[in-house]
Design a protein around this ligand. Structure first.
Ligand SMILES: NC(=O)c1ccc[n+]([C@@H]2O[C@H](COP(=O)([O-])OP(=O)(O)OC[C@H]3O[C@@H](n4cnc5c(N)ncnc54)[C@H](O)[C@@H]3O)[C@@H](O)[C@H]2O)c1
Length: 311
């Protein structure tokens, strides 16, 4: 029998999750109390899947769409589900209220993953009676095009369910990363934050333009990063591998780290200048089109990685 999952909250991220699970063969029941969202979600998913069919990312778009249904209540969505992906607003009160409502309907063995970008599960599940069944399953937007998902257990998450969640994510084609214990920003946003903080500092100090700093990543570092991480990168960048790289270059990176030992908030002045620079190359009313352009490029890159076994 086809297994069922529930999607709770169907904004940007929840709708993407619906595609991920339906594409992998699951029946998907979506609950969102906002009437406009419920009405829009099917149209958006159909449009998105038609695009994917054209790119060759899915070959049975109609079957994928048929597996997704809109539930009239949370109870209907959760009935018979083996997994719940919560993707509601990123605030502790909303996450806590939704966790409580889900908790009251949970059956043994069901797992609840929250898409939370930064709030750890311990902040909104502490009083749940089934709190061992909750964890964070943080995706990158859009989850149907970017496969990584960070699994972050609360101190009380059942380790067996964490392991099971990892297997499930692999089964549906995502790439799970287990964060062994809670930390603000998890791993992805801490890495992104390190890069962004340095980019803002360099820009504020006048070392380069927004465009040139962006080019350093899009035409430089980012080419490797689309198929290998920082550790593998340095393992290949010295004749003797990672230890050799560390011996040669760790003093340089230490100096760089010491030069930023007093981190500052991104300055308002720099933000204003960066805004002007960006608006000269992309007007505010062209942002939405450029987001679609980005998703199209992501879909093509994901197709290329799949065809070239770079996953
Ligand atoms: N947008 C991103 O880039 C991104 C990336 C990774 C993770 N996330 C995380 O995913 C979650 C959702 O973000 P989003 O960008 O999809 O937000 P969104 O505003 O697009 O969607 C949130 C949805 O939650 C629904 N909702 C609110 N209360 C609800 C309830 N009680 N029950 C069911 N649904 C309810 C809303 O109607 C809305 O449709 C957040 O935790 C966010 O931090 C977002």
């Amino acid at each position: 029998m086809t297994e069922k999952v529930a999607i709770v909250g169907a904004g940007l991220v929840g709708s993407g999750w619906a595609i991920v699970f339906a594409r992998a063969g699951y029946q998907v029941s979506v609950f969102d109390p906002s009437p406009e969202v419920s009405e829009r979600v099917n149209d958006w998913i159909s449009w998105e899947l038609t695009e994917h069919r054209e790119l060759g990312l899915v070959d049975n778009a109609d079957q994928v769409i048929d597996r997704i249904s809109i539930a009239a209540s949370l109870e209907e969505a959760l009935k018979g589900a083996v997994y719940v992906q919560e993707s509601v607003f990123e605030t502790i009160p909303v996450k806590s209220e939704v966790a409580k409502a889900i908790d009251a309907l949970l059956k043994p063995g069901m797992i609840v993953g929250s898409s939370s970008s930064g709030i750890p599960a311990s902040k909104f599940t502490e009083t749940c009676k089934n709190r061992r069944q909750f964890l964070v399953a943080h995706p990158v937007n859009p989850p149907h095009l970017i496969p990584v998902v960070e699994l972050v257990p609360a101190p009380w998450t059942d380790p067996a369910l964490l392991a099971e969640c990892r297997v499930l994510m692999e089964k549906i084609g995502q790439v799970p990363v287990t964060v062994n214990r809670e930390i603000d920003g998890f791993i992805l946003n801490r890495l992104q934050g390190a890069l962004l903080n340095e980019a803002w500092a360099l820009y504020s100090e006048g070392y380069a333009s927004v465009q040139d700093i962006d080019a350093t990543v899009s035409h430089g570092l980012g080419l490797r990063w689309s198929f290998m991480g920082p550790f593998e990168t340095i393992d290949l960048n010295a004749p003797g591998g990672i230890t050799d790289y560390a011996r040669r270059l760790s003093p340089l990176y230490h100096e760089i780290a010491l030069s930023r030992s007093q981190p500052e908030l991104w300055s308002q002045e720099a933000i204003g200048k960066a805004e002007q620079e960006r608006r000269q190359v992309l007007s505010a009313d062209a942002l939405a089109d450029r987001r679609s352009w980005r998703d199209d490029k992501l879909a093509k890159l994901s197709m290329f990685k799949r065809e070239n076994l770079l996953t």
